[in-house]
Write a protein that binds this ligand. Structure first.
Ligand SMILES: [Zn+2]
Length: 131
């Protein structure tokens, strides 16, 4: 079963990964849309940063990132709605690195996603640090 690490974008690691999916909006917008369901939309990124946004029709307002427990729970509910084949394709790799630009891993979807994927048999190893 796959092992998952997380890191801030650009961290050098001694581990060689089989998959470093584009789960950030910037990378998806840059053309790698294979994992776009895992990338937060811009309105959510702005909302999480405390910017006033107009939500898309039918979207329940997510909590602000300062309310970490609620934010994490809201994110989990989003990931639950992602269709299983996307998870299966992700989990067909052995060593997966999820990275994002956020400095704080505890408030970032990369860790929420890693935790969510443990429901499908993956194991979350750790956040890779800067040194
Ligand atoms: Zn992030």
């Amino acid at each position: 079963m796959p092992k998952i690490w997380t890191s801030c974008m650009g961290v050098k690691s001694k581990i060689e990964f089989d998959l470093i999916p584009a789960i950030t909006r910037k990378e998806v917008d840059a053309g790698d849309s294979r994992w776009s369901q895992y990338a937060p939309p811009w309105w959510l990124i702005r909302h999480a940063m405390g910017v006033a946004v107009i939500l898309p029709r039918g979207i329940v307002k997510p909590p602000h990132r300062q309310d970490l427990m609620a934010y994490r729970a809201w994110y989990r509910s989003v990931y639950i709605s992602i269709i299983p084949p996307t998870h299966e394709e992700m989990l067909s790799h052995d060593k997966i690195l999820l990275s994002c630009f956020c400095v704080n891993p505890n408030a970032c979807h990369r860790v929420f996603l890693a935790e969510h994927l443990t429901n499908f048999g993956a194991s979350y190893v750790e956040e890779i640090n800067w040194n």
